[in-house]
Write a protein that binds this ligand. Structure first.
Ligand code: NDP
Length: 690
């Protein structure tokens, strides 16, 4: 950081692979400690050339990432996760200034690092060690198989711009960065002003780790109002923040007409529905109340996934309010996160506090009633342990509202982005579904019930209005990751008011940074483009059995064809007796012949697979280390006694493992009979030494 005229540090940007701060004296925007109001930093982008930042990503960033495969990128994420893991304390420390408590830090800092670990692992397990992803099987487009088509994914040729909200400066950055990085797309991070200094500290660690290729990560600290002016159809923006800003950015000509990919995650009035069976005294009722209090108070309720509407049977509204109030009284201590015992910190800024209070006032004016808490500044514990009202601290009491009219517009449309929730009563399950849908599209809902029929009716009723639904009951109450925590494996995002975007969801989020293209051509050409052997492409039946070749000697298309072997009734009977599989199709001529699929007794499919292994194997010790499974096995033509089979294997996909002395080889395997009819097809999966 460099200092301004008033001696406050300016949060630096990291652009074009160098740290940058404005030259000379700049006014900048103040950034304050959320609990004390003290100015702790300034941000300014005065004089920053955003066009050059974008260009750097598109050129240097694309080039560096383009040298790596999915697996190599995934490994770097794992390395980065390990590096950051050792530096969490420093990030926690800084994060306390944003009002974040220890638990909030676990969500933001550890959660963000967790996303890197998950993608580091998924990228290697679920993607090829390549740069192209083949999507689905090839379609035969000509009768003779000389013309085929399929879909491939390649990375978009521009930059992934993230415009982030203030609430999760680290998780918000890393959950968007990880999938873009695996895809091979350079990222430009634009954090929100009030907490951007925490993101900058994390970026500082990332850069000093020296793990990432040049240009793959840039950071713009401060406002970046003209950023979208420099983007075009090659680029993608993922926005998190208010619906107002999302709508404004969506209308930018480069998005509306220029083809910039834009995904947003904005306001969301998430619901939690209490099933009619979950009456007070049940584990589901307790889990529901616990979840509601957690969601109101974690991050001081500044979570896009927080429960804003608790939809409960009308008869238990008062019970829910009482139980929530009791739990807050028992557990929640508002104050500076640096003070011992504090469980709910400040909102991110005084502006945010004013916004939330104004939203609550509008809700009260529209018919809401305060059932717990007050709008006055609460007694807050300060860092030195003193308790009192802190004028410059963005503290707020948790607030629970009730509504005489469950249909009041305000409860379904106003998001008070703080520790605020409403309890509304429903008549029956249809009514609960109808009320949940009044949120007009949400990120997440919880359904708390131990009745499978209730779960089925509620979940199928509300699913299309939500990006994620948690079914909470006594079986998962302890192990559940919670209503408000998106997990990297599953989708985060939601329809309608929630922004209509989708993030995370495992490898899906990598694909969001890639273009799907239909490619058509001959099997040889599609093999060349994808690196995966296609049926009908050339095969190399050389003198050397492909099992005798090491991973690096083996080439796609290397193949082996066996001799024919005849199957007798004796073989089939012996296999039936040996394995105990005496299913009538293999043992009873009359019953087998009556079956529409068989001419009479036929060989077991597993007999054919076992024989095939015996026909294609090269038994001496060699580079093939193990067979770890079969994919997509299909039995097509029955084999009767007297028929013969042969097997042809072809090296289809070769995947070197980055960290092991071996790799994976998938062998296209085809069994044919004496008439060259296809008997069975599958892929044999082996591990082969390098
Ligand atoms: P904003 O929508 O104002 O800001 C979000 C991000 O967008 C910030 O990084 C901001 O940068 C940036 N931004 C704003 N205008 C532009 C622009 N013209 N061009 C480029 N970037 C821009 O939201 P706030 O953070 O102020 O939060 C306001 C409300 O948003 C909250 O009260 C809450 O209701 C909602 N919200 C929703 C979240 C969700 O996940 N669904 C998360 C957080 C907030 P800068 O900080 O520099 O202005």
């Amino acid at each position: 950081m460099t200092s301004t005229a008033v001696g406050v540090e300016i949060v630096p940007s990291f652009v074009q692979d160098a740290w940058w701060t404005p030259e000379g004296e700049v006014a900048g925007t103040d950034v304050r400690d959320a609990s004390t109001g003290a100015v702790i930093a300034k941000v300014s982008t005065e004089g920053l050339d955003l066009a050059a930042v974008v260009e750097h990503g598109r050129t240097v960033g694309q080039a560096g990432l383009g040298k790596l495969t999915f697996h190599q990128r995934a490994l770097k994420l794992k390395e980065l996760a390990q590096y950051l893991n050792g530096r969490r304390e420093a990030l926690y420390e800084l994060s306390h200034r944003t009002g974040a408590t220890k638990i909030d830090n676990l969500i933001d800092v550890d959660g963000g690092i967790g996303v890197l670990f998950t993608f580091g692992s998924k990228g290697r397990r679920e993607l090829p060690n390549a740069q192209v992803i083949v999507d689905g099987p090839a379609e035969r487009l000509a009768k003779d198989g000389s013309f085929v088509g399929e879909h491939i994914y390649t990375r978009i040729p521009g930059v992934a711009v993230q415009i982030n909200a203030f609430n999760f400066p680290i998780w918000g950055m890393l959950e968007k960065f990880a999938p873009a990085f695996i895809a091979g797309v350079p990222t430009i991070v634009k954090p929100a002003t009030p907490t951007g200094y925490v993101a900058a500290a994390a970026v500082k660690f990332i850069i000093e780790s020296n793990i990432l290729p040049a240009g793959s990560l840039q950071l713009v600290s401060g406002s970046a109002r003209d950023l979208l002016d420099h983007l075009d159809y090659r680029d993608a923006v993922s926005f998190t923040g208010s619906a107002g800003t999302a709508n404004m950015l969506k209308a930018h000509p480069n998005v509306a007409r220029g083809g910039v990919r834009f995904t947003s995650e904005a306001d969301s009035l998430n619901a939690a529905i209490l099933g009619p069976d979950a009456v007070p005294g049940t584990p589901e009722f307790d889990a529901f109340v616990k979840s509601l209090v957690t969601e109101m108070t974690a991050k001081a309720g500044q979570k896009c996934t927080s429960i804003r509407r608790a939809i409960v049977p009308r008869a238990v509204v008062d019970d829910v309010v009482a139980a929530v109030g009791a739990r807050i009284n028992e557990r929640v201590v508002v104050g500076d996160p640096r003070a011992e015992g504090v469980t709910m910190g400040a909102l991110a800024s005084l502006e945010q506090l004013a916004d939330v209070r104004a939203a609550v006032q509008s809700m009260l004016d529209a018919g809401g009633e305060l059932a717990y808490g007050t709008l006055d500044s609460p007694q807050a514990k300060q860092a030195d342990g003193a308790v009192g009202v802190v004028e410059d601290g963005a503290f707020m009491s948790p607030l629970l509202l009730t509504w005489a009219d469950a249909d009041a517009d305000a409860v379904h449309s106003l998001e008070a982005f703080g520790p605020v929730s409403s309890v509304i009563g429903y008549e029956d399950l249809d009514d609960a579904v109808r009320l949940a849908a009044k949120g007009a599209g949400s990120l997440v809902a919880t359904v708390a019930t131990n009745d499978p029929a209730v779960a089925q009716q509620l979940v199928t009723g509300i699913a299309a209005h939500h990006g994620r639904v948690l079914v909470l009951n006594r079986e998962d109450a302890k192990t559940s990751t919670g209503h408000g925590s998106p997990v990297p494996h599953l989708i985060h995002g939601g329809p309608g008011r929630a922004g209509g975007g989708e993030e995370l969801g495992g490898i899906r989020s990598v694909l969001h940074h890639m273009q799907r293209t239909a490619i058509q051509g001959s099997p040889n050409m599609l093999t060349a483009v994808t690196g995966v052997w296609h049926t009908g492409a050339d095969q190399n039946f050389g003198d050397v059995h492909p099992f005798r070749k090491s991973l690096y000697e083996l080439k796609i298309g290397d193949a082996f064809r066996s001799e024919l072997r005849q199957v007798t009734l004796k073989d089939i009977t012996a296999f039936a007796n040996e394995t105990g599989d005496t299913f009538y199709a293999h043992t009873n001529q009359e019953a087998a012949a009556a079956n529409p699929f068989f001419p009479g007794i036929v060989a077991h499919g597993y007999l054919l697979l076992s024989w095939a292994a015996g026909l294609f194997v090269s038994p001496e010790p060699g580079p093939v280390l193990a067979n770890y499974g079969l994919d997509d096995a299909r039995f097509i033509t029955p084999v009767a006694a007297g028929d013969s089979i042969r097997v042809t294997i072809t090296a289809k996909k070769i995947t070197p493992r980055e960290t092991d002395e071996y790799g994976e080889v998938a062998w296209d395997t085809v069994l044919t009979n004496q008439n060259d009819e296809i008997v069975a097809t599958y892929d044999v999966l082996t591990l082969v030494a390098k």
